[in-house]
Design a protein around this ligand. Structure first.
Ligand code: ZN
Ligand code: ZN
Ligand code: FE
Length: 763
């Protein structure tokens, strides 16, 4: 007696070769039935003898295509129909968008092999792809994900490609971007004035120019890159000059893990991350002098390395380069370029040549940046390769938008049990970046079909995002405190809901409920509310924004709290750039509080301590001083120095004055700054755990959530986790979304949705 079962698969199951795989599995077992795409899922019905029916799911699961992620399987027993044969049916389109569209994927091994095979019809063809790999989100115009809704629409398939596309047993079955040299897109090389260069091998000609030190703009997956030979210091210097990017590290691309190992120390986990189909830039520990110019990542211990993310990258590296600088093609603070004409205009004066092509990029998607901390991956920037893969939520939520903060912005839509983050948008300092914010919201709504009922925005009244939210959504806006959003973002991606956690936010800047700048916060938080249970004791920022660029000013402020009016002598002793004439002026400003806002920011504390240790008095990009402080610590253990908790009514305060005194005294006694940098990290982690323990005597929680930009610092993250776990807490931190402001939108969306849900149920 035959059996029949209907399976409904949800997750990333469309556009990843899932249906052909079902077809192969079912036919190999001699089963009848069908498979088809439905809105948001794949439906399979199988019919046959019970043993074969029973083997189906295990066999299918064991042979899933690499990009498929099955999140849930629903199973239903049906009456056998007796219809023979197994079919791949047309999509069931109920008028709803089919979500999710898969992320862009680096070329798979099979495609690479074909590309390098002189006998293959796609030999050296830079647009080779298949059902398992190739561009996805970045070529999408609208949902559902079908060729006619992508920028491949204008390339009619040739007979051979059409055959592959239609054959369920071919590895290009329904590969929407399928193409070949006969019917597909082609490379072109343009001079700086936009005129085509006459060459029959644009890629080779472009790389010859790079070998001569030229700056090449390359159209990649989600935008243009600027490319120079990483081994030529003058070329790197010219790129920095033209891009006005003084010291911020540049990423490099190498052919494989073995090449990466020549430039950096690469653990097994890091090797896996480097070669993952998402192909992020991975931050690795630099080796001593290598063939890569020191100007690529000056003065920092890390180097960002990525392996080829698209077929042309492989071909470029094969032209005799061991490493290429590949940095996003943009002017400072502007989004990455995607259009051919756009690139020619916006990169005028930067690029000498343009290696472009005629397949349009429709969705801007920068490189993702990731690192391994302990055994876990953390994403510093979530974009190409990861977006728009949804993040699973622990409970059903009403439709909500999180509109982001101001720096490293992303937006996020949640509905039911899924959250969709946009690609990295960036800092909203320029009109171009703000336009990109608008497009990102529209795109995300379009491809997910989510109409938000409610919108979470930052509490800061002057943020562009907050103003936009008020204008566009009026009373549907829920203002969310910055660090509350950070903590809930961490809870959401870890599936923690419906309980209070202690959130430790160590962060740069966020607007507090008292109008002050917060950033070293201990919040008792749930999705609905939070209490400020503790914070770093406030210190002043002499000169306001100037203190962010000139951390020596923060060092002065810390010295003054620690040593009171004896500070000028201490400042002189440790070499801060404060003249005897300037000291009284600073003292006056600090005393009267003139342009000296108070803050509890952990990020600024890191800056100030880096200056106290003489590591850096001025910075050229945010986080530079903190990066150097982490680097200086190296592998040193560092003694635990004193720090004081000011107990009493909530919020408790963590007073760092004893720590500052201890650091300065040791520095004056000749202790190595690296030792002291390590001691600072150890002490701060110990103090955070002490604070959590003290708070747990007054408040009920067992989980501690770590979030905020400072946790991009691996040392701080690892020491905090260890100290808190040692004190008996369950510690959660970010893995799927950035711990920096790039993850804020998720928290905002979840808080807004939870608030809406509460209103509906009258809770
Ligand atoms: Zn492939
Ligand atoms: Zn073709
Ligand atoms: Fe933040």
């Amino acid at each position: 007696m035959n059996g029949r079962i209907r399976y409904t698969f949800t997750g990333t199951v469309q556009g990843v070769g899932f249906r052909p795989n079902v077809y192969r599995t079912a036919t190999s077992l001699g089963l009848a039935g069908f498979v088809c795409n439905a809105p948001g899922c794949v439906v399979v019905e199988i019919e046959g003898p019970p043993p074969a029916v029973a083997d189906f799911l295990p066999n299918l699961t064991a042979s899933l295509p690499p990009r498929a992620i099955v999140e849930r399987v629903a199973e239903e027993r049906l009456q056998p129909s007796g219809t023979p044969g197994f079919q791949i049916r047309e999509s069931i389109d109920a008028g709803l968008p089919l979500v999710p569209i898969p992320p862009d994927t680096a070329p798979c091994a099979a495609c690479l092999e074909e590309m390098l095979d002189p006998a293959d019809r796609r030999f050296l063809y830079p647009f080779i792809n298949c059902t398992d790999c190739g561009p996805r989100l970045t070529i999408v115009r609208s949902a559902p994900y079908d060729r006619c809704n992508t920028s491949m629409q204008c390339f009619p398939l040739c007979a051979e490609c059409a055959r592959e596309y239609a054959d369920p047993c071919d590895r290009r079955f329904h590969a929407e971007p399928n193409a070949c040299p006969v019917c597909g897109p082609h490379l072109r090389l343009l001079a700086a004035d936009g005129k085509p260069c006459s060459t029959d091998n644009p890629l080779q000609a472009a790389m010859d120019a790079v070998a001569h030190g030229r700056i090449l703009a390359v159209k990649s997956v989600g935008g243009f890159h600027l490319c120079v030979d990483a081994g030529q210091p003058e070329a790197v210097a010219r790129l920095r000059r033209r891009k006005s990017r003084e010291q911020k590290p540049l990423a490099v691309m190498v052919a494989d893990v073995a090449e990466a190992r020549k430039l950096a120390r690469v653990s097994e986990a890091e090797a896996r991350l480097l070669s993952s189909p998402e192909r992020p830039i991975v931050l690795l520990r630099k080796r001593g002098p290598t063939r890569v110019s020191e100007a690529v990542a000056p003065g920092v211990p890390a180097i960002g390395i990525m392996l080829p993310a698209a077929p042309p990258h492989h071909l470029m590296l094969r032209c005799g380069f061991s490493a290429l600088v590949m940095t996003s093609a943009n002017q400072r603070d502007e989004p990455i370029c995607i259009g051919n004409r756009e690139a020619l205009t916006r990169l005028a004066g930067i690029a000498d040549l343009f290696l472009t092509h005629n397949r349009d990029i429709l969705v801007r998607c920068d490189d993702s940046i990731a690192m391994v901390a302990g055994q876990d991956t953390s994403l510093l920037r979530r974009a190409r390769g990861y977006v728009p893969r949804p993040i699973s939520m622990a409970e059903n939520l009403p439709a909500a938008l999180g509109i982001g903060g101001h720096l490293k912005t992303t937006v996020c839509l949640v509905r039911d049990r899924e959250a969709f983050m946009s690609p990295h948008i960036g800092d909203l300092e320029t009109p171009e970046a703000r336009d990109f914010l608008h497009t990102s919201i529209d795109l995300l709504q379009q491809i997910t079909g989510i109409e938000p009922e409610v919108v979470g925005c930052d509490l800061h009244p002057d943020y562009y995002t907050a103003r936009l939210a008020r204008q566009r959504y009026g009373s549907a806006c829920v203002p969310v405190q910055h660090h509350h959003a950070h903590i809930v973002s961490c809870m959401a991606e870890n599936g923690v809901t419906g309980q209070d956690v202690l959130g430790i936010a160590m962060d740069g800047t966020g607007y507090g409920t008292d109008g002050r700048i917060w950033g070293g916060e201990f919040l008792l938080a749930s999705e609905r509310r939070f209490t400020r249970a503790g914070h770093l004791a406030c210190f002043q920022l002499p000169g306001g924004d100037a203190a962010v660029r000139e951390p020596w000013r923060i060092a002065v402020s810390l010295l003054r709290r620690a040593f009171e009016d004896a500070w000028p002598a201490q400042a002189a002793a440790i070499g801060l750039p404060v003249s005897t004439a300037a000291a009284p002026v600073l003292e006056q400003a600090l005393q009267r509080g003139v342009n000296c806002p108070e803050t509890s920011s952990a990020g600024r504390l890191f800056d100030g301590v880096a200056a106290l240790l003489g590591l850096r008095h001025e910075v050229s990009f945010e986080g530079q001083a903190a990066m150097e402080l982490e680097a200086a610590a190296g592998d040193a253990r560092g003694e635990c120095l004193p720090c004081r908790i000011i107990d009493g009514a909530l919020p408790l305060q963590l007073d760092t004055a004893p720590l500052v005194r201890a650091i300065v005294e040791r520095r004056r006694a000749g202790v190595d700054p690296g030792e002291l940098a390590a001691a600072f990290h150890t002490t701060l982690a110990r103090a955070a755990a002490d604070m959590a323990a003290r708070l747990s005597q007054k408040l009920r929680f067992s989980i501690v959530a770590l979030s905020g930009g400072c946790f991009q610092n691996r040392l701080l993250l690892q020491r905090c986790r260890a100290a808190l776990a040692g004190a008996g807490f369950t510690v959660i931190c970010h893995q799927q979304v950035p711990t920096s402001d790039g993850g804020l939108a998720l928290g905002q969306a979840v808080i807004a949705a939870a608030t809406r849900k509460g209103e509906k149920t009258g809770d």
